[in-house]
Design a protein. Sequence first.
Length: 150
Amino acid sequence: MESKEEPLRTGTLWSLLMDSPTFSHFIETNAESLDMPAFSVFITDLCRQRGEPPERVIRRSGIERSFGHQLFRGTRNPSRDTVLLLAFGFQADIELAQTLLKYARCGQLYPRVRRDALISFCLFHRYDLIQTQNLLAEKGMVLLGGDRTR
């Protein structure tokens, strides 16, 4: 009986990448460790694991319904803010929010960025989306899903 190996840690992958004689060599020898499921697959599986219908997550996230379903089907890709809105829809903690951002291939929350720090604070303290948006507005920061011009 063959056991499935543990996935390589990110730090190990970095070392292997930097130590590889060529990029092709790195890809060939580490192909299995580089595969991540599509964001749509990840969020659909997450709903299934939690026994929660996507419709409820979409509603709590404040994302427009048809767009939300396109995200779950994989016909649309989310922006970073959309992923964060979904994190609130999933009632995520920081760890899950970071994982959602990773699977969406978006930059993770970074505490040196004030807006990211505020969002992280809200996730940690289990604020809902409305409370978070109110705090963002109170601090003069762009709302989640809001205008990107500052």
